[in-house]
Design a protein around this ligand. Structure first.
Ligand SMILES: Cc1cc2nc3c(=O)[nH]c(=O)nc-3n(C[C@H](O)[C@H](O)[C@H](O)COP(=O)(O)OP(=O)(O)OC[C@H]3O[C@@H](n4cnc5c(N)ncnc54)[C@H](O)[C@@H]3O)c2cc1C
Length: 422
């Protein structure tokens, strides 16, 4: 049977960064497995700029950012398989895969990094009344059609959901000559980055309709229009507020879900808040020797943070392979406090930390003039003032090691203290 010291599942920015870092840390024998026809993951279809500001101090397009990592994979002579889908992994790290070249094949891995990214929520999850006409796309599918395959998806569009992909596609459709009637969002705030609202909607005069939703899709063969209505505080459409928007296309940008069928099948513990695996400070899942990073753990807004997190996963996998990773059952558990939706990592072994602890979190609402308060066993150890917090913007907190080492804490909580809610 074929064996590798490390198998990385997914050749997006997370998988590539993890593989390169593992190599730099002494792992010789690495295989990256990617189901698509090329490496780079979702970045290959993100032809806009805005990537790499933290990682390279430059503004790159998605394919340019991916290219730097792909070049490093080639320079480091790391093996990869394309058009290859991983079907199953077991707790003892047997990886079953399928490809036109190899057929069904099983590989034994010393360690595994899960880097499968995430997928978009579809129309099925929304149950919008209407027939099933052509012209309803998830925003990412439309992006792939336009940017990679060379097909235009429509001439007049409404976009449901204000996630970053929807915002970016509003601009993309406008640049390609389509008319974008509106971006419709049920929440009282956008779930996308502020910079995307300004650069993709405001700059193109596209209205963002908060607290509205699409209640009906019209048309039998092709979309002919959508009915948009205002929603109440329980997200229920308000009768009498319905308005017809004539259009031939409806794009859905209504959330991303970590791609976790493989993780669930192998009984890796899943956080119900993120829908990704629970992870340690070393990005190790609940199963020893299986690590996870990138959008498969939690949905990131900025790829630079994906790369940083994934380097940690790659380095930790190398330590595991060299038997240098400290495995302790007890340790510090993190939990989201008031105003915080989730925190990554979920558990911390202080002995494995180098320099500082990085906490990633998202808040549950928009807060102005507020503080993020970090408490260890109920005692405040750090406070960070924030002018603006929003669910669409991931927050990163660095906790210096000297605040944690030798203290034997059992819990870390982060909460929002705010005078003004909006
Ligand atoms: C439209 C859009 C715009 C964005 N704009 C920006 C931006 O301006 N700036 C920025 O910094 N970030 C941006 N991002 C975010 C950034 O692209 C993501 O955070 C990043 O791509 C996530 O990396 P990943 O490797 O975790 O996932 P992905 O890039 O999704 O890669 C996962 C890979 O795993 C593969 N895979 C999945 N399952 C299997 C399997 N079973 N077997 C084999 N392979 C598998 C997939 O084919 C895929 O290639 C944007 C994202 C999108 C979608």
């Amino acid at each position: 049977m074929l064996t590798y010291e490390l198998v990385v599942i997914g050749g997006g920015p997370a998988g590539l960064a993890a593989a390169i870092e593992a190599k730099k840390n002494g792992v010789e024998d690495i295989l990256v497995i990617e189901r698509d026809r090329e490496l780079g993951g979702i970045l290959q279809q993100c032809i806009h700029s805005g990537f790499g500001v933290h990682e390279f101090n430059e503004e790159l397009t998605g394919p340019e950012y991916a290219e730097r990592f792909i070049n490093s994979i080639l320079a480091n002579k790391i093996d990869y398989k394309l058009d290859t889908m991983v079907l199953e992994i077991t707790q003892d790290r047997m990886v079953k895969l399928l490809s036109p070249l190899d057929g069904v094949m099983t590989i034994k891995a010393g360690a595994v990094v899960l880097a499968m990214g995430c997928r978009e929520r579809t129309r099925g999850a929304l149950a919008i009344p209407g027939y099933r006409p052509a012209g309803v796309f998830t925003a990412g599918t439309a992006q792939r059609f336009i940017n990679l395959e060379g097909y235009m998806v429509g001439k007049k569009a409404v976009i449901l959901g204000s996630g970053d992909i929807g915002l970016i596609m509003a601009r993309r459709l406008s640049l390609e000559g389509a008319q974008v009637e509106a971006v419709v969002e049920a929440m009282p705030f956008s779930s996308g980055l502020t910079r995307n609202i300004v650069q993709c909607l405001d700059d193109y005069g596209i209205p963002l309709m908060l607290e509205h939703t699409v209640v009906e899709i019209l048309g039998k063969e092709r979309v002919e229009g959508v009915i948009v209505a205002e929603v109440d505080e329980n997200k229920r459409p308000i009768c009498g507020t319905e308005r017809l928007y004539e259009c031939d296309t409806l794009l859905l940008s209504v959330g991303l879900i970590p791609e976790n069928e493989l993780s669930k099948k192998s009984k890796i513990e899943i956080d119900t808040l993120t829908s990704g695996p629970t992870v340690s400070e070393s990005m190790e899942t609940s199963v020893a020797g299986i690590f996870a990073c990138g959008n498969v753990v939690h949905v990131h807004d900025i790829v630079d943070f994906v790369s940083q997190e994934s380097k940690r996963a790659g380095k930790s996998a190398a330590k595991y392979i060299k038997k240098e990773l400290i495995q302790k059952k007890d340790g510090i558990k993190t939990s989201p406090g008031r105003g915080v939706r989730y925190i990554i990592p979920h558990r911390i072994c202080v002995d494995n930390l180098e320099g500082e602890l990085e906490l990633f979190l998202r808040v549950d609402n928009v807060y102005k003039l507020s503080k993020l308060v970090v408490k260890c066993d109920g005692k405040v150890v750090k406070e960070v003032s924030k002018r603006h917090l929003a669910p669409g913007e991931m927050e990163k907190l660095n906790i210096p090691l000297n605040l944690l080492s030798g203290k034997k804490y059992s819990s870390i909580t982060v909460e929002v203290e705010s005078e003004v809610d909006s």
